[in-house]
Design a protein around this ligand. Sequence first.
Ligand code: SF4
Length: 57
Amino acid sequence: MRGSNSPAPRCVALQGEIGGPIACSVYADRPPPCRELQVGDDKCQRARALHGLHIVL
Ligand code: SF4
């Protein structure tokens, strides 16, 4: 999604504040890469680290 490949990734479909309540505004229609990503996988961990969030185990 647009915004996902910036130095501090932020998808335009993401609603809310990172670190607080947050949700995908197009969840039911999200594209394949979003469906493939798993919580805690390498891409998830990289995005979390870029936003200063702890690692998910
Ligand atoms: S799951 Fe939703 S908010 Fe997250 S990257 Fe995909 S479209 Fe954007």
